[in-house]
Design a protein around this ligand. Sequence first.
Ligand code: FEO
Length: 393
Amino acid sequence: MIRKFKDNIYEVGARDWDRTLFDELIPLPNGTSYNSYIIKGTEKTALIDTVDPTKKDELINNLKTLGIKRLDYIVSNHAEQDHSGSIPFVLEMFPEAKVVTNEKCKNMLIEHLLVDENKFLVINDNETLSLGDKTLQFLITPWVHWPETMLTYLIEDRILFPCDFLGSHRASSSLFISDEKITYFDAKRYFSEIMMPFRTIIKKHISRVESLDVDYIAPSHGEIYDKPEFIINAYKEWISDDVKNLVIIPYVSMHDSTEEMVKRLIDELVKRNIEVKPFNLVNADIGEIAITLVDAATIIVGAPALLVGTHPAVISAVYLVNALRPKTKFVSIIGSYGWGTKLIEHITSLITNIKPEILNPVLTKGFPKSGDYNEISRLADDILEKHKSLNLI
Ligand code: FEO
């Protein structure tokens, strides 16, 4: 599929309609795309990013169909293989091309893809590269989401190519955004899974993007933003320190005791006008959990005891929460044990990246009883008080 973006600018990448997982971890409910852009200047032609190597034939065929006889530059904004993995194949087709990227990315492409060291044109932050009537400018923006990431800005056409940054996972035949509500949700899911750990540094990069005169943001996943302020404002909301009056309860229950506590806590929170989202970790979509973590003021982990510690599904979820570094302010634990456990120590020892206030947990021996229900009401009161202290309610 070749899609004309503007005169002499085409999207020539690939849609991965059937892909269901990224990194063998992140669910892709709508597939994804690996966007790649050809820019024809009066003197030189450049390709911005390539595609996942599984889709290399589509990219190569698109370049042939478009009649590209000579390629001068392959701009690599990011060394991850879903964008760089086809560089060796494009270089085979166009041996004259130079791979344009920063020093860090160059070294990663040599390590990961065995690209010949002599194939590179290394650029620095803010440097420009002329294609004749069109000029590329490179902005080195580390940690969105690897250390070598950069953005490419096409000055005359006011198009920003940010690769992963500001993108979303969706395979779509539309070049431009067709439904802002859907894209908002896709981009938020993508942000929460990929970019949230780098919230602080992203603030700086967003300011830099805002300082440019941008008409289009053309990421390498998902549809193109023809109203850049839409995604910039969404990112500003997500990276802010603001949380919402929302409690997320990831939980597992082996013999219904922990689930009974979760149900009671949900009721108590709803009575207090606190929004709550439970996720049974047995079959939860971790993308949905990640999205909720963007806003939630509080996380309550529902954890049964298993041997000395807790259930591996709980450990996996808490590990992921810690890795995603959400702005959560309060954390607590509810759960049930049979004869003894160190599940609280087990779980809290995994929360090292975020520094929440730990609210008094509620553990019950066996099935919850009236005293345990009182403790759950007390925990709901504690959460209410904490949310009020942040003016969330
Ligand atoms: Fe879409 Fe970090 O690769």
